[in-house]
Design a binder for this molecule. Sequence first.
Ligand SMILES: Nc1ncnc2c1ncn2[C@@H]1O[C@H](COP(=O)(O)OP(=O)(O)O)[C@@H](O)[C@H]1O
Ligand SMILES: CC(=O)N[C@@H](CCC(=O)OP(=O)(O)O)C(=O)O
Length: 297
Amino acid sequence: MMDNDSEYIRETEATRVRVLSEALPYIQQFVGRTVVVKYGGAAMKDSTLKDKVMRDIVFLSCVGLRPILVHGGGPEINSWLTKLGIEAQFKNGLRVTDAPTMDVVEMVLVGRVNKEIVSLISRAGGLAVGLCGKDGNLITARPQDQEGIGFVGEVSGVNIKILETLSSNGYIPVVSSVATDEKGQAYNINADTVAGEIAAALGAEKLILLTDTPGILKDYKDPSSLIPKVDIRQARELITNGIVSGGMIPKVNCCVRSLAQGVSAAHIIDGRIPHALLLEVFTDGGIGTMILGSQFT
Ligand SMILES: Nc1ncnc2c1ncn2[C@@H]1O[C@H](COP(=O)(O)OP(=O)(O)O)[C@@H](O)[C@H]1O
Ligand SMILES: CC(=O)N[C@@H](CCC(=O)OP(=O)(O)O)C(=O)O
């Protein structure tokens, strides 16, 4: 063996040991704590990546954290709408949802995406239970106050009992963002919003949004313009001054709302990076953009 080879092996092993040992204080800090993860959009398209995310969720659960996974599925809804000849329309990052679109949203999110994720987590050795807002009265919805957007809802209540019962018994809740009002009308709620409200209701340690950009960018077309850390006030300003637009608006809004209600930290990270979740939770550097509550600023 060449000297260079043995040096390389020593360095690689040193790195592996460092990474494992760096994780210890985070495991100790977060054991028993709830981490709400939102996974969706383009970051959910690649099946190898999807497997890795599910393994990470199982990892979190196995080392004693309580992960709750809220999923999206916008691209899959779009592709089913196209197959059915229904045009997809958005206003401020939210899907305009008429009655036929609502049916498709429910079929795709609850019937397909949710069960696929549950099955992937099971294959990775975890105990997942699929839920939508209707199950165990988890989420109650009311119509979003916006003209011409149809059956788009916002969260009017979260019943945390079912989540706590599942989490405290080692199950991983997997939640899709369809819920009903008190009359039984179904609503389509943005999945980031649902994740934020669940994190707030549970007083979660962390809210982590996995998406298809490195985090919040100063210029969303320039991946090197990452903003690593902001506080609530700066995050609000990013929306009002137009730096944050489109689908990033509900993300930043839900982070801000959850932080204002006691969640310790919210993160917007790149779900296209393999094992992004583990890098965020268990390494000193973390990744993506961290939004901190006012108690930290
Ligand atoms: N300042 C910004 N930084 C990063 N992304 C931004 C920003 N403003 C707008 N965006 C857009 O927001 C998108 C993420 O939102 P969205 O597509 O709804 O994600 P997901 O499908 O993962 O929920 C990015 O791909 C990007 O096009
Ligand atoms: C009201 C609204 O826009 N609902 C979203 C729900 C799914 C979602 O949020 O999916 P992503 O996270 O993959 O974008 C939609 O219909 O696309």
